[in-house]
Write a protein that binds this ligand. Sequence first.
Ligand code: SUG
Length: 446
Amino acid sequence: MKYLEANFDGLVGPTHNYAGLSYGNVASKNNAQAVSNPKQAALQGLAKMKALADMGMTQGVLAPQARPDVEAMRKLGFSGSDEQVMKSAYSQVPHIYLAACSASSMWTANAATVSPSADTADNKVHFTPANLTNKYHRSLEPEVTGKILKAVFNDEQYFEHHPHLPDNDHFGDEGAANHTRFCNDYGESGVEFFVYGKYAFNDSKPAPKKFPARHTFEASQAVARLHKLGQQNQVYAQQNPGVIDQGVFHNDVISVGNQNVLFYHQQAFLDTNKVKSDILAKYQGDKFHFIEVPTDRVSVNDAVKSYLFNTQLISLSKGQMTIIAPQECQEIESVNHYLKSVIEADNPIVDVKFFDVKQSMQNGGGPACLRLRVALSEQELAATNQACLINQSKYDELCNWVNKHYRDRLTAADLATLEMLNESRTALDELTKILNLGSVYPFQKA
Ligand code: SUG
């Protein structure tokens, strides 16, 4: 049977804005209060999806969350009509109100951890939405993320959906941003590589000092248990706390893997030699390539600015991989130079393609943040909600939908208006029909 890797990108929501919500994420902090362009952001994302579909990849789309999240403000004690709740929350606690308006669900690498059926004891594809407890604005996502995933992968014969882990820092889980899978063919049993920032139940272990480690070892282990992974399918590695303190808030900002390649920065892991030997001890397949980028070629600072590692490493044919990079990688000399040398070197990476995802990049989200990888068999793909797959007509339909509903300029004050709430709900209600999702948003229950 044929297996493939599908990418499910997050559609940027109509409230996309820059609120400086993510302490430890340098771009988010640096662009706080910039005026955003949600229309351009959504179209940039759709253009990337369409380009990958045109390259022959299976490309899906995940709906955004409903924002502003008025119910979240009610839970904090604001009352009255929707408009009264929005206005009083915005005037009394603007920073908290803006968190409830974030379009951060666009970064679907943080939506969930996914284990393909080739790795799981019951041969089902397992999904666990990430709890994203470390940031309030992101902790509002998992409930609806779970509903959207169930509406996309909606066949119990093939797909197993778990609730998100306990909402507590001890089990901080950032999903696939800290999870990669190595395998020979996508349908063969693989090595799932779980990277965590700290131990929650062991204070004697190293941890970052300045910025938070959002993801714990204990969370990774819990997900592996829920997904019924065999011992041979799991490898764990601690992120280097020193790079978290330099703005590497997820592992996918400092390393990326695919099939028989791990492309990573010299400083990515606490113990690189152990990472290599642990992977090699369990990986079964063609020659494995560790492509280590030395600090004297690309500094951690340039890696964070360019998002060299927040690139998608995709296989377009057997043994030949292409890097999907943000334009910023072309603009930073050391990185552009390095990418040229990687293509020429003896490894599976043969090409690099650059994309303009600047609206997302300014909030710390590169091409890899925008996608959730789901390895599927042909049968599993056939059981997937077909209305969520990108082809020419779905792309056209979604672009028209964006052009009809989205603004091209959005400020913080706009987010506290009833017009914004109504616009967003009207757009998303229509989207659930385009994507055949049923009712996934709390406002649709009313
Ligand atoms: O969680 N930024 C996101 C970026 C997520 C990137 N994802 C991966 N690396 N996989 C975050 O920090 C900023 C929102 C704001 O400041 O308005 C934000 O949430």
